[in-house]
Design a protein. Sequence first.
Length: 326
Amino acid sequence: MSSILVYALHYDGAFNKNSLGAVAEGARLAAELGGECHAVVVGDKAGLTDELCASLGGYGATKVFRVEGPEGLAQPVVDAMARVIGDNGHGYALFGGGVLGFEIGAGLTARLDAGVCMEVTNVRVEDGKLVAERPILQDSSVSDVHYRSGVGVIIGRLNAFEAKEAGDGTAAVEDVAVEFAPHSLKAQIVTRGEQRGADVNIEDADILVAGGRGLGKAEGFEALEDLAGALGGAVAATRAVVDAGWYSYSAQIGQTGKTVAPKLYLAAGISGAIQHKVGMQSSENILAINKDPNAPIFEFSDLGVVGDLHKILPKLTEAVKAKKGS
Ligand SMILES: Cc1cc2nc3c(=O)[nH]c(=O)nc-3n(C[C@H](O)[C@H](O)[C@H](O)COP(=O)(O)OP(=O)(O)OC[C@H]3O[C@@H](n4cnc5c(N)ncnc54)[C@H](O)[C@@H]3O)c2cc1C
């Protein structure tokens, strides 16, 4: 019988969807293992109210370990989780993914000398143990990862786990005092800002207007935002532009981003690399604008427009607005 510990990240008085998905997944798996799903939260106690912590019970957590400490930094969470696992003997630590989940998961793995699997899209129970499923070879195959270590660390792909509510349960809240390692307190969050597009859930959008390096610079996204607004859709991006800091990671489509299947996927200035294609190829209609007639994206587009996006996008936006009468 094994219990599962999940890290739940909160911002501005709410847990993020990715963390709620991890808690719900942990609860589903713990029930199959005959154990419990617990969550650990780290932050300012004034923000982490009893009510907020207990609300994780609505996603299946039976207990929440509340640790007073710096929010949003990886190392203090590693200290907190190592302490909670040491005291309570959890068999697995589960993360929803995202940059912080990866960093904490990696730190915890090193600290506990644990086995780890990341980019996990599904977890199943086999012979009373968890088996993590990880897509490999550009998502064309799935590998099963079994754990031999005392603690198994599972890091999900971002938003891979559904934030499924499990009724109106409330979790017990237990305060744990953790002495942080000196090196864990060396980093500080100086400021926190909103990234463009970070507030939109692109997986729910029927229309996605995606931009790539062909936009030329971060400001190139303004034309895409105008078009998305006119169409009533949302903006997506390739990894190249996310890595360049032009747009938010939450909008990244592809192997290391999100998988989407909107009614319309309009790709502007995107070459159509396989790692991008795997995230959007199931879209109902793919429309590509690219100045290179030999761009790979045209091989899997329903409609291809060869031309300069800087000229086409404003005219398209104008035409959509005119058609909609706005
Ligand atoms: C392990 C791994 C994981 C990866 N994961 C992802 C992922 O999740 N998502 C992802 O997207 N990529 C991913 N990549 C990167 C991927 O291989 C490509 O490098 C990336 O998708 C290219 O992005 P892009 O199409 O924006 O840029 P480019 O390949 O540089 O393409 C830019 C395109 O814009 C066109 N263009 C330029 N100017 C104009 C203009 N004025 N008008 C019209 N068209 C123009 C060009 O003809 C070109 O086709 C991954 C790579 C690796 C190795």
